[in-house]
Ligand binder design. Structure first.
Ligand SMILES: Cc1cc2nc3c(=O)[nH]c(=O)nc-3n(C[C@H](O)[C@H](O)[C@H](O)COP(=O)(O)O)c2cc1C
Length: 406
């Protein structure tokens, strides 16, 4: 099951005084259903078209209209601190003109000048208004300054005319928001990253399985850090009890075979693969459909067979991503890891001595050595898994860059 990239995201929706204001209700409802945290800012004129109570009920947040409403903070600045992304939908010719010319005479137009996050403008108006030299010049000026303009659609307009000026459907607006969230910049901006995390469970019968103590923390930290660095991230996760990282698409799996299948769905589509899952190497050859009874037996033998090797199959992808793997070792840690790196066709391996206190499975910290394909070995001190994720992505970023420059 894939999770939305909107979950937990803080989105300001500006609604202005056009007929299409009613469509903003559907947009807001869709964002809230995707678990985004939405604050609606309406202009005075928007309130002539839809009631603020609708947006307050949909979002569970108070709706802001008034620049002068008494508050403990400065509202337009607080909105800028809150927002990961802003969308003005519908955007009237009036708000477009004000924003393009730096006019700040109500809450929305004032807030627009304070936002540093991506701003999306979805114009909706009569086609002649839209075609007017003033509106076109204003839209051009805004686009040049980095605002993202959602192209209005052709079709039937509320004024009875047919032409360009319709607010696109919710799906198009949501796609623009997702795109803006993905491309906020950062060193991994524009790159697609696939991470695996957690243990797998290999069933013996419906109530028993073979697994390992992986908590998933290392892979979740890598996914969260890659997202923060601007990558588009998918996390294929075995069963763990962790909150999915913000903005990361999570695909939940249970067994090694399911993990392999979920990863293979991205074949050829990623720039960086980080295999942090503790995938079982073996599974019971047959999983009983019924609970195995202990009655009448003192012993039980489970015949085990090999599971698919996820990293080895990623190494066969065309084009092949930069591949990062982990090696949990108990002796000859670096030598064994370097051998595994070569054998599996990886570019970087994170070797950890799971026998050492504070390292490996389960805990908050890790003690690792990075070994890369050009023979560099970096011994890192005991650090948080978030810091290990950052060090790993620094090195992976270098490997991607050096590959691109070849
Ligand atoms: C019935 C009606 C429909 C309107 N529809 C639009 C529209 O779709 N787009 C637009 O730019 N202006 C439209 N206007 C004009 C705006 O409401 C007007 O320019 C107003 O000043 C916009 O204020 P605001 O941008 O602060 O919300 C409409 C006006 C009326 C009376």
């Amino acid at each position: 099951m894939a999770e939305s990239t909107l979950r937990g995201r803080r989105i300001v929706v500006g609604v202005t005084g056009g007929i299409a204001a009613y469509k903003a209700c559907d947009l807001v409802s869709t964002l809230v259903k995707a678990e985004a945290d939405v604050q609606v800012v309406m202009t005075e004129n928007a309130r002539r078209f839809v009631g603020e109570i609708t947006f307050a009920a949909l979002t569970g947040n108070p709706v802001s209209c008034d620049l002068w409403a008494p508050r403990a903070d400065v509202h337009h600045v607080a909105l800028a601190d809150f927002a990961d992304v802003v969308i003005i939908a519908p955007a009237t010719a009036n708000i477009i003109g004000k924003y393009a010319n730096g006019i700040a005479d109500d809450l929305l137009s004032t807030a627009l000048l304070t936002f540093t996050c991506p701003v999306i403008i979805a114009p909706a108006m009569n086609s002649r208004m839209l075609a007017s030299a003033a509106v076109q010049a204003n839209l051009e000026a805004l686009a040049e300054r980095g605002a993202r303009i959602v192209e209005p659609e052709e079709g039937w307009l509320a004024c009875g005319e047919v032409g360009a000026g319709r607010l696109p459907d919710t799906g198009v607006l949501v796609a623009a928001i997702e795109e803006a969230l993905r491309s906020r910049g950062g060193p991994l901006s524009g790159l697609r990253v696939l991470v695996t995390a957690g243990p797998t469970r290999e069933p013996i019968d419906p109530v028993r399985f073979i697994s390992n103590p992986s908590s998933g923390r290392m892979g979740y930290a890598v996914a969260a850090e890659a997202e923060r660095r601007g990558a588009s991230v998918t996390l294929v996760s075995g069963p763990v009890s962790l909150e999915p990282p913000l903005g990361v698409e999570v695909v939940a799996v249970t067994s090694a075979a399911e993990m392999h299948e979920a990863v293979e769905a991205y074949a050829g589509e990623v720039d960086l693969f980080v295999g942090a899952a503790a995938v079982a190497d073996w599974r019971p050859a047959e999983a009983s459909g019924e609970k195995l009874s202990k009655d009448g037996r003192d012993e039980m033998t489970v015949r085990m067979v090999r599971t698919p090797d996820v990293i080895a199959s990623v190494a066969r992808w065309e084009p092949r991503p930069v591949i990062v793997g982990f090696a949990a070792e108990t002796r000859d840690v670096v030598a064994n890891a370097a051998e595994k790196l070569r054998r599996k066709g990886m570019d970087l391996i994170v070797a950890n001595d799971v026998g050492q206190p504070g390292a490996g499975f389960g805990g908050e910290t890790n003690k690792v050595t990075l070994v890369d394909v050009i023979g560099r070995e970096t011994d890192l001190p005991l650090m948080s898994k978030a810091a290990v994720a950052a060090a790993l992505l620094d090195r992976a970023g270098e490997l991607i860059a050096s590959r691109e420059s070849q």
